[in-house]
Design a binder for this molecule. Structure first.
Ligand SMILES: [Zn+2]
Ligand SMILES: [Zn+2]
Ligand SMILES: [Zn+2]
Length: 131
């Protein structure tokens, strides 16, 4: 029982810090924020809670270009991301031609229940003007 309670507290802490983060963050980054404010949470626990939030549809996860797993508290429903690889600013992109393309290509190959993940990385306007 005490274990359940502690897990709930940790889940809430991870959820709250994820919601405050600007754009996508790694487990390591969230872990540093939590440790800085005096939390005794472990890195493995941060990872596990992020995975659970993602599983529950409360967070999105993606892999950065250098292979790191990143997480973000997102709106629900299917969407894509446009991410600045310099500052991490993230825009949610709702509908696009990708939807129609994906189901057409799937159908052409006899596949059904097609799912896709499309995330775009670039440099945002603000970072570009800084360069
Ligand atoms: Zn998202
Ligand atoms: Zn930027
Ligand atoms: Zn899509």
């Amino acid at each position: 029982m005490s274990t359940t309670k502690r897990n709930t507290w940790q889940r809430e802490a991870v959820r709250a810090r994820l919601a405050e983060a600007q754009g996508f963050v790694s487990a390591q980054q969230l872990y540093s924020v939590l440790r800085d404010e005096g939390s005794t949470i472990g890195l493995a626990t941060v990872y596990r809670n992020l995975a659970q939030l993602t599983e529950a549809g409360e967070a999105d996860s993606l892999q950065s270009l250098d292979g790191e797993n990143l997480f973000r508290s997102c709106s629900t429903g299917h969407h894509h991301h446009l991410i600045c690889r310099s500052c991490g600013e993230t825009r949610e992109i709702k509908a696009s031609v990708v939807e129609e393309w994906a189901s057409r290509v799937g159908a052409e190959h006899g596949f059904s229940e097609i799912e896709h993940v499309v995330d775009l990385f670039g440099v945002c306007e603000r970072c570009r003007s800084k360069a």
